[in-house]
Design a protein around this ligand. Structure first.
Ligand code: ADP
Ligand code: ADP
Ligand code: MG
Length: 676
């Protein structure tokens, strides 16, 4: 076995590989860019080598620097993680030349599978179902239209060198084919330097289901079930699960056997993923093969009990697979949530900065429920603009899909992140979505269910009662605490069991709290007539000031995020976000008389939607602009965002200039006339 391996990656995947290597008694070498001096993977590894400036093209993508680092430290093998050099045949070739083992497949497999036309032809020959279409390069728009007619509409136009959803177009008519062909070709040329384009049938309302395979250098290959990754936003996976709620044993076996046949045809070794698109009738078609460890591999590990990274290392070391197809069992259900640094309330714009607080839920297994959190960050660390905005992969496992979802909902409620925006409210809301719960998924789920973007759920039903009870308890504990501090609370002694009014997201609920003064108590919710409606027994050792309340409500564990605001708390739970205020009856009477705070009118202003750098201002003071016209460009996380006029208006005042670094909501310009 290797004594020492180098991990040519960063973030959570580098940490993930280090964990397994350490468990196997293998020493580890990290490489890092200047932006990652204080990164977790650098700290976790036994040794670390600086390889260059922050941009990946000047550090993590430089094969020579990485090979030199391996030589310098005596690492005998390199694990590439995912992204970066993981699917780069030249890198694998250079390693072979340098006599360093590549913990991944052979060069041929990477090359064949890296090209969509070639891999589709290859799959076709290996008798794998491929999407009906034309298996060749298309020369011009005229030929494209002719071929689309033969395939039948709608069709998908794809770049052969494509990836990350780029160079892909749906066309539903002759005109759309002609247009889509031209734009797909030019996008392919500019993104990949390769303008080969092909056409296949567009599968309507599909699911994305992929098969994990493992193969060794001795001709053995097995499949480890599937992962369903249909919940995607802009072709980026958001939630994954294993198994798929859609597959039956027969389809699973057929897909698995085809995936293994494809792997064998290309003499595959190591871990790999064969992606399929599956239609309503469970017909499945090969999409592409990813010749690397996949981001969402933990869900497969949790249902099979196999450590895929360990298997990859063993295969690279020349060992035979100890696993036999008959011994691979799928147990229970696993769900993965990708926690991203992005603002779900602002159209998922990236969010960067310091992680002022980072408290993931505790990992481990209890009563058949498991939480795993793969991460590369820590409290006080920074989410930089240079790399992927993924903060963590939160994974739960349980005996059934429902139990795994419930556990995920609780784990998300307990996950506390502050300092940057994150998508936990969105993930938490999906966990409550009836269509997700039913497993009725397609790749269009997010677009269909959130056509106008995401907004937090309003308090309702049982969740509303939970929040009211927790608000009353928090208020009660706050009062007790203030009472303990001399002179902070004068006046008559605190009267227990007195009626309270909870203002929750604008609604008023009446309740009484009783019981012991510290940890255990009872909140009685009252109806409009003042009658007892519901009694909630609460056990908790939460102390006032902790950002996440957790405890048991009628014996069931729950967590509620409680962020202090003026005179109250902002509560978040199960995708609900609501400010909560707790009043005495008299205070409630008075509160009802308070004028509502008017939100300032920002409709005449252009606000900076995220922290970023002004690249250009494209208008002048006094200029009349039309709806949709670009006003300025702001760069954040390597993405240039064009901010456009929402309606016809005149620019009155410009408050920012190119080069300015702006905070979120900074006013960029003001408009004079707003014509709606
Ligand atoms: P998968 O198909 O395994 O789910 P995705 O295609 O969603 O993975 O994401 C993998 C992509 O992540 C890579 O192709 C790359 O664009 C990006 N990436 C590269 N390096 C990293 C990294 N260190 N951390 C996170 N993402 C990365
Ligand atoms: P990439 O290399 O960008 O990952 P893929 O070929 O894997 O490209 O496709 C990415 C996504 O695009 C799929 O997960 C699926 O949602 C959609 N897609 C691709 N091909 C088709 C098709 N023929 N019909 C319908 N959807 C498709
Ligand atoms: Mg893909």
């Amino acid at each position: 076995m290797f004594d020492k391996i180098l991990i040519a990656n960063r973030g959570e995947i580098a940490c993930r590989v280090i964990k397994t290597a350490r468990a196997m008694g293998i020493k580890t070498v990290a490489v890092y860019s200047e932006a990652d001096r204080d990164a977790l993977h650098v700290e976790m590894a036994d040794e670390a080598i600086l390889i260059g400036p922050p941009p990946a093209s000047e550090s993590y993508l430089l094969k020579d620097k990485i090979i030199a680092a391996a030589k310098e430290t005596g690492a005998q093998a390199i694990h590439p993680g995912y992204g970066f050099l993981s699917e780069n045949a030249d890198f694998a070739r250079a390693l072979a030349k340098a006599k360093i083992a590549f913990i991944g497949p052979n060069v041929k497999a990477i090359e064949v599978m890296g090209d969509k036309i070639e891999s589709k032809k290859f799959a076709d020959e290996a008798k794998v179902n491929t999407v009906p279409g034309y298996l060749g390069v298309i020369r011009d728009a005229k030929e494209a239209v002719k071929i689309a007619g033969e395939i039948g509409y709608p069709v998908m136009i794809k770049a052969s060198a494509g990836g990350g959803g780029k160079g892909m177009r749906i066309a539903r008519s002759r005109d759309e084919v002609a247009e889509g062909f031209t734009s797909s070709m030019s996008e392919a040329k500019s993104s990949f330097g390769d303008d080969r384009v092909f056409i296949e049938k567009f599968i309507e309302d599909p699911r994305h289901i992929e098969i994990q395979i493992l193969a060794d250098k001795h001709g053995n290959a097995v499949y480890l079930g599937e992962r369903e990754c249909s919940i995607q936003r802009r072709n980026q996976k958001v939630l994954e699960e294993a198994p798929s709620p859609f597959l039956d044993d027969k389809t699973r076996a057929e897909m698995g056997e085809q995936a293994v046949a494809l792997a064998s045809a290309v003499d595959y070794e190591s871990a790999g993923t064969v992606e399929f698109i599956v239609d309503k009738d469970r017909n499945f078609f090969f999409l592409e093969m990813n010749t690397r460890l996949q981001v969402e591999h933990p869900v497969t590990e949790l249902i099979t009990g196999v450590d895929l990274v360990e298997q990859m290392i063993r295969v690279a070391n020349g060992e035979k697979l100890a696993l036999k197809q008959d011994n691979i069992e799928l147990n229970g259900w696993a769900i993965e949530s990708r926690v991203y640094a992005e603002d779900p309330f602002r159209n998922f714009l990236p969010s960067t900065g310091r992680l002022v607080a980072y408290r993931p839920p505790g990992e481990g297994s209890e009563n058949g429920l498991t939480i795993r959190n793969d991460t590369g960050v820590y409290e006080g660390g920074e989410i930089s603009i240079y790399y992927d905005p993924m903060i963590a992969k939160l994974v739960t496992h349980a005996s059934s899909r429902d139990a795994a979802i419930d556990h995920m909902a609780r784990a998300l409620d307990a996950f506390h992140i502050a300092g940057i925006q994150h998508n936990i409210p969105f993930l938490a809301a999906i966990m409550q979505h009836p269509r997700w719960r039913k497993g009725d998924l397609t790749t269009g789920f997010i677009d269909e269910e959130y056509p106008d973007g995401f907004s937090a759920l309003a308090p309702d039903g049982a969740a509303k009662d939970v929040l009211a009870a927790v608000a009353v308890l928090i208020d009660h504990l706050g009062n007790l605490r203030r009472r303990e501090i001399d002179d902070q609370m004068s006046g008559p002694a605190f009267r227990f069991a007195e009626e309270r009014v909870v203002s929750l997201g604008g609604e008023f609920l009446h309740a009484r709290i009783a019981g012991r003064l510290d940890d255990d108590c009872e909140v009685t919710l009252l109806d409009a007539k003042g009658e007892e409606r519901e009694i909630i027994r609460i056990e908790s050792d939460w102390w006032f000031g902790e950002p996440v309340w957790s405890g048991k409500l009628n014996g069931v564990a729950a967590s509620v995020q409680a962020t202090p605001i003026l005179n109250g708390f902002d509560l978040a739970y199960r995708g609900i976000h609501a400010p909560a205020y707790v009043y005495t009856l008299r205070e409630a009477e008075l509160a009802a008389l308070m004028p509502e705070k008017v939100v300032p009118d920002t409709s005449k202003m252009l606000l900076c939607p995220m922290p970023g750098l002004v690249v250009s201002i494209d208008v002048e003071e006094g200029q009349a602009v039309k709806a949709g016209q670009p006003l300025c460009m702001v760069e954040a996380m390597k993405m240039e965002n064009i901010l456009r006029a929402e309606r016809d208006c005149t620019v009155e005042k410009i408050l920012a200039k190119p080069g300015d670094s702006l905070a979120v909501d900074a006013v960029i310009m003001e408009f004079a006339q707003v014509m709606s």
